[in-house]
Design a protein around this ligand. Structure first.
Ligand SMILES: [Zn+2]
Length: 194
């Protein structure tokens, strides 16, 4: 991970390599003093030594030019840089993981996307709870099939397929095909095909 480049500048304090010793990765460099200043409580408090250097370089790289990135209200910001994933949570704490290869990192990133990181207000949602079925599309309620107090297991023939069909119809009508998310009773989220 340690690297040297003649004209490198520290991403944080802007000093040049000739004056200080520097660590680099993918064209981003940081000096020892700046690394030391993050060794303690704060955004990078989980990391020390080489891991702290990696976390800092990935963090700055992710702000500047990640390979892919996404953010979600209440969750934070997630980026992929080569074989690394980095997440800054909504409190500002940073965590990274080395997935071993770019392909594995891509798969993990796609999995996170499908687990809800990719959600957008304008997407389509099917929500299922003890109160019934709700279909939202493009930020609007499309259909609400509420369950009556004495309905027990009877949703009047409404099921997930019926909801998906409703979304498909709306997509055809509007010519807009957003992601479709299923929100389960426990708030679990998954991406559906339609
Ligand atoms: Zn510096």
């Amino acid at each position: 991970m340690a690297d040297e480049w003649k004209y490198a500048k520290c991403i944080e304090c802007n000093r040049e390599l000739q004056k200080v010793s520097m660590h680099g990765m993918e064209g981003v460099f940081i000096c020892n003093d700046c690394v030391d200043s993050h060794d303690g409580p704060g955004k990078f408090q989980g990391y020390h030594d080489e891991d702290l250097v990696t976390a800092l370089l990935l963090y700055y790289h992710s702000l500047d030019s990640p390979d892919e990135s996404m953010s979600q209200d209440g969750w934070g910001y997630c980026a992929r840089i080569g074989q690394y994933l980095i997440i800054e949570d909504d409190r500002g704490f940073v965590e990274f993981s080395d997935e071993g290869s770019e392909e594995k990192a891509r798969k993990k990133y796609d999995q996170l996307y499908a687990d809800g990181w990719g959600m957008d207000e304008e997407d389509a949602y099917i929500e299922h709870s003890m109160h019934g079925w709700y279909v939202r599309f493009g930020g609007q309620n499309l259909e609400i099939w509420a369950r009556g107090p004495y309905d027990h297991d009877d949703y009047r023939g409404i099921d997930q397929n019926r909801c998906i069909a409703r979304v498909r119809l709306e997509a055809m009508k509007t010519g807009f095909y957003p992601n479709l998310w299923l929100v389960g009773e426990r708030g679990n989220i998954s991406l559906l095909q339609y």
